[in-house]
Design a protein around this ligand. Sequence first.
Ligand code: PHE
Length: 344
Amino acid sequence: MSHQLENIQQEALTKIEQAKTMLELNEIRSYYTGKKSPLAEIMKGLATATIEEKKTLGAASNQVKQAIESAVMAKRMALEEAIINAQLEKEEIDVTLPGYSFKKGTIHPLNQVIEELEDIFIGMGYSIAEGPEVEVDVFNFEMLNVPKGHPARDMQDSFYINENVLMRTQTSPVQARTLLEAGGKPVKIVCPGKVYRRDDDDATHSHQFTQFEGLVVDKHITMSDLKGTLSLLMQKMFGENRRIRFKPSYFPFTEPSVEVDVSCFKCGGKGCSMCKHTGWIEVLGAGMVHPHVLKACGYDPEVYQGFAFGAGIERITMLRYGIDDIRHFYTNDYRFLKQFEGDR
Ligand code: PHE
């Protein structure tokens, strides 16, 4: 190999070795392998050389070129690695540090109970019905046998939008809506939903709360169907050994009407502070659908009968979990809600 070539190679390799950045390396590379490089000059000179010279010098030049190329390649890899290493060092993380924990949302306890109730009733062949929370007087009261001026309206004083439109005071208007829609066919529905009453809020009352309505209309429906259905419901909600009892009551849209008590799930009926030493806890209102309601919705009460019930979801949930203040449900206190994490 000629001295000249040897020098070029030496010089190039040294410079490559000393390159500190990719940019520098690229410049060195194009200087030593480009069209105007000293090597290219030598190659050009070969045109006038002898055949022998062409052979040896040509081969030697190529060797030098290759040596330079592979030195560049090796240096490039070394530089890349160095860049990554520097970055890794800079961005070093301690993988043994504990991570951030995410706060997982939970299903609200009221919704958990609603879902549970829905599951129970779907299992018995019911469908889920819905109705508007802003309701017309006709559905909220009149179709339910509560004409204007009826004293029962006082119990459910509402928030009126105008004379004929109000925030529904109960989920019972969905009874009338469903029956009208069914057009005389049998009906078997449950309906969970929010209701509103002008009430003074305290530990057991809220101007907005949640009800769970049930309605069955068909031929040959009797009060024992109602009793059987509610017994099963209470057993599923409060334990296998629960019994229920009916007490006479009054609702304008059911006749007869009943209050339903469940045997105390804390003392089993012996009497304790939970059941105020009576052995029984009042849980919901129910009754046989009033003939006036059936008629108003196009059903012949001589042929069709039905039962209906309405429960307060808050009350059931409070009893079940020993919650002492209804306002816990609405204040979004994480410490309260967190307690219902694992339930569903
Ligand atoms: N709607 C009644 C209330 O809010 C409850 C009820 C529903 C009673 C269905 C009987 C039948 O008090």
